[in-house]
Design a protein. Structure first.
Length: 264
């Protein structure tokens, strides 16, 4: 009988150790419903969520009952310097996920998060865990911290998949690139962009809109919305962002750049 108990105890210990090891391993990557940046594909996303609300060459957006979710996919080789080609992964691999809650969601902090303050809006802060690859943008309210958006990106363990630094230095990387997304998603992206500009006075911004098959009138209205949001809502001085441009392209995209002042 004692032998049987001893065997059961050993089995329990082994199972417990395996659970701990699996938990430790999973903490290196933060999946969204099983979708993991640099590991999951566009087909995995479609299998999980079905037909997207909006789709682009490198993007797919889904308007779900409780949240709006945007996925950005890899272009596939060769290596480049933008979000879609700065990783050595196959075409249509998920490179980032942005989730914008449609309902009130309270943020729960934990020790692993690094907190950073939005200098222009004292009520908005960011909590990041670079090891897991997740960032929460939250707003302080009297009843707690409300989640504005959640970003999922490459975990630190996956940085071995990034393109080489010498190759990246050949041109200016895109800070963010997106297609036709909801106003809430765009605002979350522009908020992060504005924070970078406000945090570093030596940086300037540049916005390029590629209108694809859309009219010049549509592109002009879109750029006006971006300018109003950055200049009026986020209070970015007009001289901190270079002339807005729009050019023809295969797909509708907005590209946000951060440049040293000398490169304006």
């Amino acid at each position: 009988m004692f032998q049987m108990l001893n065997v059961k105890l050993k089995v329990s210990l082994i199972v417990g150790i395996l659970v701990l090891l699996l938990a430790a391993g999973s903490s290196m990557a933060k999946p969204w419903h099983g979708i993991v940046p640099l590991h999951s594909s566009r087909s995995d996303v479609y299998e999980l969520l079905g037909k997207p609300t909006r789709v682009g060459k490198y993007t797919a957006s889904f308007e779900l009952p409780n949240e709006v979710v945007e996925f950005i996919f890899a272009k596939g080789g060769p290596c480049g310097t933008t979000l879609i080609d700065s990783w050595r992964v196959a075409r249509d691999t998920v490179v980032s996920i942005r989730v914008v809650p449609r309902k009130e969601l309270t943020f729960e902090n934990r020790r692993s998060f690094v907190k950073s303050q939005d200098p222009s809006q004292i009520t908005v802060v960011h909590y990041s865990d670079l090891d897991e690859g997740v960032r929460y943008t939250v707003e302080n309210q009297t009843k707690g911290e409300r989640v504005i958006s959640i970003d999922y990106f490459a975990a630190s363990a996956d940085h071995v998949l990034s393109c080489s630094a010498p190759h990246q230095a050949k041109s200016t990387p895109i800070f963010e690139q997106y297609g036709l997304i909801s106003p809430a998603q765009e605002n979350a992206i522009l908020d992060n962009y504005a924070i970078q500009l406000l945090n570093d006075p030596d940086l300037t911004g540049k916005v390029i809109l590629r209108r694809g098959q859309y009219s010049e009138k549509f592109a002009t209205r879109k750029l006006l919305r971006i300018k109003n949001y950055l200049f009026k809502h986020r209070r970015i001085p007009a001289n901190r962002v270079s002339a807005f441009e729009f050019t023809r392209g295969r797909d509708f995209t907005v590209e946000l750049y951060l440049l040293p002042k000398a490169k304006m």
